[in-house]
Ligand binder design. Structure first.
Ligand SMILES: Cc1ncc(COP(=O)(O)O)c(C=O)c1O
Length: 359
């Protein structure tokens, strides 16, 4: 099976397992797991922040950030296709009582003007008590729903300036900020610089089995620790999994460029197949989102039957992700399977269209 569903399917290497087996551990709820503390300190250092807190998932780091930055009834502004909006089970409303104001970004990237419009104007005729107070901006970089898109630094800086002027806090969902840095050479700390909090993942693409961290000022992270516990995230000898994350951070980040090469190769194949809709330059990191003729479900099932797994992400939309557990040869084979499947399906898609027209 060539599994292109996600970069979360990456598994620990023997060296990572060895590091985990050797991990020195303690009770993290009492703050005395030395391996967790090392991971937190190293993450904070890479992101240029004072501290970080290790948690089980990226969803939890995002939700703890939202809870720590807001009060019930507050408005959180973010892109409509962001992971927080689409894939965290409605948690901002359920866990923080927050109202999400989604912006229609272009591959997850919105402009300063859009943010300004969303913030609205203050006028005596529109009392501010009517609108939910906007208190948090959340940005995702790279953007999963946007096909691994990277925020241009100038745009990122601009939206944060607008948010600051309006008194908002700023959170970066940097689950894949490592990919953004690998692709652009811009250090993670620069991407994180103007954000009050940054969440990062170790279990995506880096091969660690579990975990994410939320970084920020010492005061913010102390507050975040309270909500980590409140959300049931206080884990005990978590050093065993933190050791895997540390190993990933130190040894696997440098390999992300290969994932991007593999995604680029698959993109080259896809754009050469008639009927596939993909803009080649939009494949900037490891995620590909493309449309197929006919239904995505039939296409994905046909590929799966030939040993290539991808995700359906819309009626005609498919997601494929390159990662460290698939080789360039695997990606080449996957490209051939996709070509074959679409060559067969192409006639099917056309005859279906004709039968619709003749009905
Ligand atoms: C951008 C982004 N943020 C957050 C998450 C959530 O991470 P987790 O699956 O660890 O909850 C994901 C998961 O894929 C993601 O893509």
């Amino acid at each position: 099976m060539i599994d292109l569903r996600s970069d979360t399917v990456t598994r620990p290497t023997p060296a990572m397992r060895e590091a985990m087996a050797q991990a020195v551990v303690g009770d993290d709820v009492y703050g005395d797991d030395p391996t967790v503390r090392r991971l937190e300190a190293r993450t904070a250092e890479l992101l240029g922040k004072e501290d970080a807190v290790y948690m089980p998932t990226g969803s939890m780091t995002n939700q703890v950030a939202i809870r720590a930055h807001t009060e019930p009834g507050d408005r959180v502004i973010m892109d409509i296709a962001s992971h927080v909006v689409r894939s965290e089970g409605g948690a901002p409303a359920a866990l923080s009582g927050a109202t999400v104001q989604p912006l229609l970004g272009d591959r997850g990237i919105f402009t300063a003007a859009q943010l300004r419009d969303a913030l609205g104007v203050t006028h005596p005729g529109s009392p501010t008590t009517l609108t939910p107070p906007a208190t948090l901006l959340t940005v995702e970089n790279t953007h999963n729903g946007g096909g691994g898109s990277i925020w241009p630094l100038e745009l990122l800086d601009e939206v944060v300036v607008i948010a600051r002027e309006a008194g908002l806090s700023c959170h970066l969902d940097g689950a894949r900020v490592w990919n953004a840095s690998s692709a652009t050479g811009i250090p993670p700390a620069r991407y994180a610089r103007d954000f009050d909090s940054v969440s990062v993942c170790f279990s995506k693409a880096l091969g660690a089995p579990v975990g994410s961290a939320l970084a920020g000022s010492s005061a913010f992270v102390t507050r975040a620790r309270r909500f980590k516990q409140l959300f049931g995230g206080g884990f005990r000898q978590a050093g065993i999994i933190a050791a895997g994350a540390l190993h990933a951070l130190e040894n696997h980040r440098g390999d992300l460029a290969h994932d991007h090469e593999k995604a680029g190769h698959l993109a080259d194949v896809l754009v050469s197949i008639p009927g596939v809709e993909l803009v080649r330059k939009h494949v900037e990191t490891n995620i590909l989102r493309f449309n197929v003729p006919g239904t995505a479900a039939r296409f994905v099932d046909a590929c799966l039957a030939r040993g290539v797994a991808m995700l359906v992400s819309g009626a005609r939309a498919v997601r494929a992700v390159a990662h460290r557990d698939v080789s360039m040869d695997d990606v080449r084979s996957a490209g051939e399977v996709i070509r074959e499947v679409l060559a067969t399906r192409d006639s099917g898609a056309r005859s279906a269209a004709v039968s619709v027209m003749t009905c």
